[in-house]
Design a protein around this ligand. Structure first.
Ligand code: NAD
Length: 354
C-alpha cells in the first residue's frame, strides 16, 4: 500500500481523518487542506464509490478546491471536505448522520460541514443535533443560509455580465447568445436572470423535458444535451458536470467565453492553456461559483457570534465576484498566462503557500 502523501492529489493537506463507526456502519473521510484563513469549510458528499481509493481522491481534491474557492471569495475560512462512503444501494441512516455529526464535533471546530452531492438540508439538520459546526441549515426570510443554489446562480450571472463586458465590449446582455448546459438549481437560476436582461438563451439538460419547460418559461430554445457544447454562441455556461473541458470538449466549443458554475470544469490544468490558446475567455469555476459558499459560511460565522446575518451582507459579498474575475483577466492579459493559472497562483498566495 502506498503512503497517502504519495497520492497524486495529495497537496500538503493539514489533516486527513478516516472515521469508522461500527454500530452505525459509518465510514467517512474528513480532509482539511488548509486552515490558514480560518476553520476549514466545505460540504459532505454522500456517494457509493466502487473503489475506496476514489473516495480518498475526492476528499483530497475537493478539499484543496475549497481552500482555493474560499480564499478567492475573501472569506475568513479555510478549505475542507468530507465524503461518506455509502453502500451500493446508497443507504443513509439517521444513526450514520448522528455518528458523522459526532465526528465533525470531535474536530473541535477545525472543520465546518455543509451540503454537497447526495446531501439534503434535512441531513444538515440531523447532523446539527450533534454538532454546531454545520451550515446550510434552513433560514428565516431575510437571513443568510438555506439553499445555496440561487446565490451561486447570482454570482455566475454577475460573472457572465463581466465577461461579456471584458471580452465582447457589451454593457448589456440584450441579444447576447448564452448556451446553458444543465437546467437545475444553478443553471435554471442563471437562465432566469439572463432572460430578464434579454439574453438569447439556448438551454440543454440530460432531462430534455426540464430544458423544454425552462425554454417555455424564459423564452429560449431547448437543444439536445449532447450538442450544447458545440452550439455557436457568445457564452458557453456549464452548469452540470465537471471535466467537460477536455481535448474533445474544447475542440467542439464555438464561443468567445466559458463561464458557468459546474465544479472542476477543466479535465486537467493544461486545458486552461488550450482555452487561452484558442482565445476563449475562461472564468475560473471556483471564483465564479462561490455565491453558495459565501451564503452558508456567512450563516455559520454569524451563528457562531450569536447574531443573525442580514442577507444584504451576503449579496454585497457576491457582488464582489465580477471584480475578482476582472483582476484575474487583467493579469492574464498582461502576463499572457491562462486565467486558471493566474487564479491558482493568487489562491496559493492567499493561503500562505505562494
Ligand atoms: P442540480 O442537480 O440541481 O442540476 C444539475 C442539472 O444538470 C440537472 O438538471 C441534471 O439533469 C443536469 N445534467 C446532468 N448531466 C447532464 C449532462 N450530461 N448534460 C446536461 N445536463 C446534465 O445541481 P446544481 O446544484 O444546479 O449544480 C450544478 C453544478 O454546479 C454542479 O457541478 C455543482 O457541483 C455545481 N455547484 C453547485 C453549487 C450550488 O450552490 N448548488 C455551488 C457550486 C457549484
Amino acid at each position: 500500500m502506498s503512503a497517502l502523501w504519495t497520492e497524486p492529489d495529495w497537496d500538503e493537506h493539514e489533516r486527513v481523518e478516516v472515521v469508522h463507526h461500527r454500530a452505525s456502519g459509518l465510514t467517512a473521510i474528513i480532509a482539511l487542506h488548509s486552515t490558514h484563513l480560518g476553520p476549514a469549510a466545505g460540504g459532505t458528499r454522500f456517494w457509493h464509490y466502487a473503489e475506496a481509493s476514489g473516495a480518498m481522491r475526492d476528499a483530497l481534491r475537493l478539499s484543496r478546491g475549497m481552500s482555493f474557492k474560499n480564499a478567492m471569495a475573501g472569506l475568513p475560512i479555510g478549505g475542507g471536505k468530507a465524503v461518506v462512503l455509502l453502500d451500493k444501494n446508497g443507504t443513509k441512516t439517521p444513526e450514520m448522520l448522528e455518528a458523522f455529526g459526532d465526528a465533525v464535533e470531535a474536530m473541535g471546530g477545525r472543520y465546518v460541514t455543509a451540503e454537497d452531492v447526495g446531501a439534503s438540508e434535512a441531513d444538515m439538520v440531523a447532523i446539527a443535533q450533534r454538532t454546531s459546526h454545520v451550515c446550510g441549515l434552513p433560514a428565516e426570510e431575510g437571513d443568510a443560509g438555506g439553499d445555496p443554489g440561487p446565490f451561486t446562480a447570482m454570482g455566475i450571472y454577475l460573472g457572465i455580465k463581466a465577461a461579456a463586458a471584458h471580452k465582447l465590449g457589451k454593457d448589456s446582455m440584450e441579444g447576447v447568445r448564452v448556451a446553458v448546459q444543465g437546467c437545475g438549481s444553478v443553471g435554471g437560476g442563471v437562465a432566469r436572470l439572463l432572460a430578464k436582461d434579454g439574453a438569447d438563451l439556448v438551454l440543454a439538460d440530460i432531462d430534455i423535458k426540464r430544458a423544454q419547460e425552462l425554454a417555455r418559461e424564459v423564452g429560449g430554445t431547448a437543444v439536445e444535451s449532447d450538442n450544447v457544447i458545440g452550439t455557436q454562441c457568445d457564452v458557453f455556461s456549464p452548469n452540470a458536470l465537471g471535466a467537460i473541458l477536455d481535448d474533445e470538449g474544447i475542440a467542439r466549443l464555438d464561443c468567445a467565453i466559458v463561464a458557468g458554475g459546474a465544479n472542476n470544469q477543466l479535465a486537467r490544468r493544461e486545458h486552461g492553456k488550450r482555452l487561452h490558446e484558442r482565445g476563449i475567455l475562461y472564468a475560473p469555476d471556483y471564483v465564479i461559483n462561490a455565491g453558495g459558499i459565501i451564503n452558508v459560511s456567512w450563516e455559520y460565522l454569524c451563528r457562531q457570534r450569536g447574531e443573525t446575518c442580514d442577507i444584504n451582507e451576503v449579496r454585497q459579498r457576491i457582488a464582489q465576484i465580477p471584480g475578482r474575475l476582472q483582476s484575474i483577466w487583467d493579469a492574464s492579459d498582461a502576463e499572457g498566462r491562462p486565467s486558471n493559472e493566474v487564479a491558482d497562483a493568487m489562491a496559493m498566495e492567499l493561503i500562505g503557500r505562494g
